[in-house]
Design a protein around this ligand. Structure first.
Ligand code: IPM
Ligand code: MN
Length: 357
């Protein structure tokens, strides 16, 4: 089969980690007889430099013409003081919206070989941790009305959190589909003791599950308590569904619990098979171009693309096993380095993983 992949390298370490994932995909192609073609388009800061827009129309068209999209990361010091619409992050938020990708799945998995890299006590993580955070991605406060003004107390600014029943139901459906295949348990995170939007969230999740997935046990956890529980006992969680902002915050926390944010991939999907796959970490401008970034999150994101957009389950597994083998052999990038292990750079780590396929 032929697959046309749009690659949005982005800024900072983006190009290096995407190159690593492409190397691994090419090896999968050779091994399993698929033809992957890669078309690169600008996004984020580099797109601002190129044409003054963090998401040029050419990039949107390229993504729409592709079978799926691989993204590195966006952002950097250089663009930190740009006006809102000319910030690299805006490009990422807009491409998610343009492609209708309302569902962001972020699996935080502790790899056995990296149990010691977790900042938590070994007893808390020794039996494994796998928290699948299902984050709503195109609604809520990141997309709500906002503004600035000047009043009696001087300058002010405001943002709004708004969710419709339809938006809550469609993300709940995605989480339920995952939960039925796993432990049939779903944790829904909100702040219903304070926020009106959270009260609607909670009510909708319960009504939707009771009607459509009665076999799933739904538990509500307040977001502040959730932040605490993730470090207190991360093994208690399986599938977690939450809003855009809470999912953004909690997925970074869950990632760190599993050792390094450099290991975590994510998929963003909507109602079609075309998705956007990216590491959950950022562009790390401080280490860009030094060949020390960890490419594994992006490589695993590419694997998720094979599974979730192209239904290539065996090929997905081949990448996962290759990563496992390389870690078991003791190869590490700087972020997950421990005494007695062998440190390699981004390029070499990618080559080692490709070699195992
Ligand atoms: C993420 C990032 C983005 C987000 C930023 C860069 C817009 O933090 O993918 O988690 O908030 O979604
Ligand atoms: Mn984030």
């Amino acid at each position: 089969m032929k697959y046309n992949i749009a690659v949005l390298d982005g800024d900072g370490i983006g190009p290096e980690i995407c190159a690593g994932a492409i190397k691994v995909l090419q090896k999968v192609g050779q091994k399993f007889g698929h033809e992957f073609t890669f078309s690169h388009y600008p996004i984020g800061g580099c797109a601002i430099d190129l044409c003054g827009d963090p998401l040029p129309q050419e990039t949107i068209d390229g993504c729409l013409a592709s079978d799926s999209v691989l993204l590195g990361a966006v952002g950097g010091y250089k663009w930190d003081n740009m006006p809102v619409d000319k910030r690299p992050e805006k490009g990422l938020l807009r491409i998610r919206k343009e492609l209708g990708l309302y569902s962001n799945i972020r699996p935080a998995k502790l790899w056995k070989a990296l149990a010691k890299a977790s900042p938590l006590k070994y007893e808390l993580v020794k039996d494994g941790v796998e928290i699948i955070i299902v984050r709503e991605l195109t609604g809520g406060i990141y997309f709500g009305e906002r503004g600035t003004g000047t009043g009696e107390d001087g300058d002010y600014a405001w943002d709004t959190e708004k969710y419709s029943v339809k938006e809550i139901e469609r993300i709940t459906r995605i989480a339920c589909e995952l939960a039925v295949k796993r432990g049939k348990k779903l944790v829904s995170v909100d702040k219903a003791n304070v926020l009106e939007s959270s009260r609607l969230w909670r009510k909708t999740v319960h009504e939707y599950c009771a009607k459509n997935y009665p076999q799933i046990e739904v538990m509500d956890v307040l977001v502040d308590n959730m932040a605490m529980q993730i470090v207190k006992n991360p093994a208690q969680f399986d599938v977690v569904v939450t809003s855009n902002i809470f999912g953004d915050i909690l997925s970074d926390e869950a990632a760190q619990v599993t050792g390094s944010i450099g290991m975590l991939a994510s998929s963003s999907l909507g109602d079609t098979k075309r998705g956007l796959y990216e590491p959950i970490h950022g562009s790390a401008p401080d280490i860009a171009g030094k060949d020390i970034a960890n490419p594994i999150a992006t490589i695993l994101a590419a694997a998720m693309m094979l599974r979730d957009s192209f239904d290539l389950v065996q090929e997905y597994a081949a990448i996962e096993i290759a990563v496992q083998k390389v870690l078991n052999e003791g190869w590490r990038t700087a972020d997950i380095m421990e005494d007695g292990k062998k440190q390699v750079g981004c390029r070499e780590m990618s080559r080692l993983i490709a070699e195992q396929i």
